[in-house]
Ligand binder design. Structure first.
Ligand SMILES: CC(C)(COP(=O)(O)OP(=O)(O)OC[C@H]1O[C@@H](n2cnc3c(N)ncnc32)[C@H](O)[C@@H]1OP(=O)(O)O)[C@@H](O)C(=O)NCCC(=O)NCCS
Length: 169
């Protein structure tokens, strides 16, 4: 399956092990990690292991700047069979926040899943305190569905959160 997506400023492609240095810039940043369910990465080796563990059907994409090839973020659009929906997630290196990159990449992943996976139903969520992520979700066309909570995988923290859905015909 074609997993190369081109947008105005980005190239989205599968992550590869040699991206680990770039990925660690945000995966090891406590501010980027603040509302993420996964724990802060401690070193590049941990990131390499994560990249190697990715399954094809997770559809995790590196977001690369067209100009330089630098990987400035990543995101995924993964099918959840229990809810019969594709879940959208993303992170951006803090040095690149506020430039519209997350919105550009997220919209492109949704379009890719629509065309390549016949995806029609999508979901996403954000901690209520994570206002920027909420804006990305709304700019992608999602509708608010319900309030709830989610916890870090290690159980150390629970966040009040908002959950959204998007249906495309
Ligand atoms: C959420 C995140 C991906 C947004 O990335 P980004 O590339 O800066 O997003 P965009 O530039 O496409 O859009 C961000 C929007 O939020 C706004 N924003 C940014 N920081 C904000 C803040 N602290 N408070 C309120 N709004 C904020 C921006 O102005 C923009 O809105 P606008 O287009 O109306 O001006 C990035 O902040 C991030 O990686 N956060 C940490 C990881 C994370 O939270 N991932 C999502 C988990 S649900």
């Amino acid at each position: 399956m074609n997993k190369i997506i081109k947008t105005e400023r980005l190239l989205l492609r599968p992550l590869i092990k040699t991206d680990a240095d770039d990925v660690f810039e945000w995966a090891g940043d406590p501010i980027v990690n603040k509302y993420m369910p996964y724990s802060l990465y401690q070193d590049i080796k941990q990131v390499e292991s994560w990249i190697e563990s990715l399954e094809d059907d997770e559809n995790e994409f590196a977001f690369c700047l067209n100009d330089t090839g630098k990987v400035i973020g990543s995101g995924s659009i993964t099918f959840d069979p229990e809810r019969n929906t594709y879940e959208l997630g993303y992170n951006i290196n803090r040095a690149y926040w506020g430039n519209g990159y997350a919105t550009e990449a997220a919209k492109a992943m949704i379009q890719w899943a629509y065309s390549n996976l016949d995806a029609r139903d999508f979901c996403s969520s954000h901690a209520n305190a994570n206002v920027a992520s909420g804006k990305v979700i709304l700019k992608c066309g999602f509708q608010f569905d319900h309030y709830g909570q989610y916890s870090r995988f290690d159980g150390s923290e629970t966040f009040d959160a908002s959950f959204y859905v998007l249906h495309l015909d």
